[in-house]
Design a binder for this molecule. Structure first.
Ligand SMILES: [Zn+2]
Length: 221
């Protein structure tokens, strides 16, 4: 079902300038087509600033929000319905973020973060999923989603891949749908930080995430 609905979404995304867009858009408007819901989770927020550096001054919570808003833009262009756990700079508890996705009955959940390390040499992008023993289907789908997203983000950014990894972070553990958390680069590495500070680079990360989601849907739905 999801796959069939999504074919229409792909059709929509590949024909943005054709008259068919109007037909599909009208169908969305009339609610004859249910768009897949993707929940995007901008890491941190409000009093939780996330990773921080002084010179140049950078807060992870602002970078995650910007990257999330860019990702939302691309996913909506591709025909998805996007729900955010936060669209502004405020604090949201971790469990609440998972609750938002579960209540929205989202198809997929993506949490966006940036990394830091006392060793300034550390750089690159890694994607986490939860290897749940109780829900093996979710674990496998999350792992596949992580591989697709990492591959497309690396293609867009040319950043170093640090691979797909397992973790028990609350947001990817408590969500019921396939869920991943991307650490999209180190703000403590001078070269990577110079990239991350540029909105154009964040757009590349975001486009990679959106395309990775499409790759996952095409391959596994
Ligand atoms: Zn973080």
């Amino acid at each position: 079902m999801f796959y069939r609905l999504f074919i229409l979404g792909m059709f929509f995304s590949c024909n943005l300038h054709s008259s068919s867009q109007k037909v599909v858009a009208a169908a969305y408007k009339n609610k004859t087509i249910k768009r897949p819901v993707i929940v995007l989770d901008a890491g941190h927020g409000g009093r939780d600033e996330g990773a921080k550096i002084r010179y140049p001054y950078l807060e992870e919570k602002k970078l995650t929000l910007l990257a999330t808003l860019f990702t939302k833009k691309y996913l909506e262009q591709f025909g998805y319905k996007v729900v955010l756990t936060r669209g502004k700079d405020y604090f949201v508890p971790l469990q609440k973020r998972a609750d938002v996705a579960n209540e929205a009955k989202a198809e997929l959940f993506i949490s966006i973060h940036f990394n830091s390390c006392p060793n300034k040499i550390a750089h690159g992008i890694e994607v986490y999923y939860h290897n749940s023993l109780e829900n093996k289907a979710k674990s496998k789908s999350s792992q596949n989603l992580a591989n697709c997203v990492l591959s497309d983000v690396i293609k867009r950014t040319n950043a170093k891949s640090r691979g797909v990894r397992k973790a028990k972070f609350c947001v990817i553990r408590e969500t019921k749908m396939p869920a991943i958390l991307i650490e999209a680069g180190f703000i403590t590495n001078p070269q990577e930080r110079d990239n991350i500070r540029k909105p154009a680079y964040l757009e590349k990360i975001s486009l990679g995430i959106a395309q990775g989601i499409e790759s996952f849907i095409k391959r596994y739905s």
